[in-house]
Design a protein around this ligand. Structure first.
Ligand SMILES: [Zn+2]
Length: 445
């Protein structure tokens, strides 16, 4: 074992065994011990005492659209990973679409990795994409280290990433199951969407009616049926419809290998409060009613929903028009996700341990990084967020590191100020000052 270089000490360290006063010993990039608070500092080690600020494992955000290269004016690796670091996130997994090229062949993956390599302020992994015509690319992508494959069951919003019909889904899923991979799915049924009223315009109620819950519920039911038939592992992306929860719980009880995520915007914003024309609130599936939100929280509490991820999917401001039908769909929340979720979680009686489970441990497990990410434990990477959970701030878009400072959270007062973020033993941001990018590119192991 190399010599201890750093001891990070706090009265509140969130470990897998609970929150306690502890001294976290770091050698090189790893945690080598979690000792009692007053354990002597090893000779030669530097002590960083953060008092009663909470030390939590750096968050692992497995749903981020970085858009680099190709749509870097929407977001890029430099800006996205700085925003993530500022928000306490130390690992992100990039979605295969909205960049050009999309991550649908090994060549494209290499192109993206090259672009990300010297811009990443945090560790970055990649999802691959499953398209109607790339079944032959899936295994090579898996072997090249993508963490799984994303598919859409309805139009994705960009022409170069077409969706799968049920037959194509079955073919891709059988291929992926054949090598033990994971399929992650945007589950809205195209026929239900087509049958819904499409009024367009600035009224949020009209937009909400155009993306009904039964579009999600139907797509999820079909996906579960396919996963069961093929004994495949699937993950439901950005669940919004609480009506699908009983179906998911039943499938799991039945042994189907299905996991589920939801997003900060579904948990903290409601349809009732979206102003007409405010397309910074537009995403698909949509933000639904407060009563729906209560059930999502209940599902997080009982474990039906595993993870909370941002689905950070920005665009330039000009695409966020006041017509909900044509405005770009995607919410920008990378830098604010921890504080937004924590603000609502504490109100509902949850602890930071719960937030860590949803946003760090369970997301790390989803992508198989749980032996090195998502926990403050011996042998794990020394990735930390130091948080003042009782301090508040008001969201000022000008203070965001996102490429485009458009946010649905503008003006909200949130609990939880990230004081510093640490990546593999180095402090990468403290009080708004960043170091040079030292993020690593991650591959499935
Ligand atoms: Zn997404």
């Amino acid at each position: 074992m190399s010599e201890a270089e750093l001891v990070l000490r706090s009265t509140r360290v969130i470990t897998p065994e609970g929150t306690r006063a502890a001294s976290v010993v770091v050698s090189g990039e790893r945690i080598t011990a979690v000792l009692p608070y007053d354990a002597p500092v090893p000779a030669g080690a530097r002590l960083e005492d953060v008092g009663d600020h909470v030390v939590l494992p750096g968050l692992v955000d497995t749903h981020v659209h970085v858009n680099d290269p190709g749509r870097t004016e929407w977001e890029g690796f430099w800006t996205a990973t700085r925003a993530a670091a500022a928000g306490g996130i130390t690992t992100l997994v990039d979605m295969p679409l909205n960049s050009l090229p999309p991550t649908t062949t090994v060549d494209h993956l290499h192109t993206k990795q090259k672009v990300a390599a010297d811009k990443a302020h945090i560790d970055v992994g990649f999802w691959g994409g499953a398209l109607p015509d790339n079944v032959g690319d899936l295994r090579p992508l898996h072997e090249a280290g993508v963490f799984g494959f994303k598919a859409f069951l309805s139009p994705s919003g960009v022409d170069e990433f077409p969706h799968l019909d049920q037959e194509q889904l079955a073919r891709s899923l059988a291929e992926i199951a054949g090598f033990g991979g994971l399929l992650i799915v945007h589950a809205e049924d195209p026929h239900h969407l087509a049958a819904a009223p499409q009024q367009g315009g600035p009224k949020y109620a009209h937009f909400l009616a155009s993306r009904p819950r039964d579009a999600e519920d139907t797509a999820i039911a079909a996906l579960i049926a396919q996963a069961k038939r093929l004994d495949a592992r699937v993950h439901i992306l950005h669940l919004s419809s609480s009506d699908a929860l009983p179906l998911i719980a039943e499938a799991r009880a039945d042994g189907v290998r299905v996991t589920v995520e939801t997003c900060p915007h579904y948990l903290t914003l409601t349809a009732e409060e979206v102003p007409d024309g405010a397309s910074e609130f537009k995403c698909c599936p949509p933000i639904r009613e407060a009563a729906n939100q209560d059930l999502l929280w209940q599902a997080l509490a009982d474990g039906t929903i595993d993870c909370v991820v941002t689905d950070h999917s920005p665009s330039t401001a000009d695409l966020k028009t006041d017509d909900f039908a044509t405005a770009w769909g995607g919410i920008s929340g990378l830098q604010l996700s921890l504080s937004a979720v924590w603000t609502e979680a504490r109100k509902r009686g949850h602890g930071l341990e719960d937030v860590v489970r949803w946003m760090s441990s369970n997301t790390a497990r989803l992508v198989g990084l749980d032996t090195r990410k998502g926990a403050i434990a011996e042998g794990h990477d020394a990735d930390f967020a130091v948080l003042a959970p009782d301090e508040t701030f008001t969201v000022d878009p000008a203070a965001l590191q996102h490429r485009n400072r458009v946010t649905a959270y503008a003006g909200k007062t949130l609990y939880g100020v990230v004081k510093s973020t640490w990546l593999r033993g180095r402090r990468i941001v403290a009080d708004g000052a960043f170091t040079e990018p030292k993020g690593q590119l991650l591959s499935r192991t």
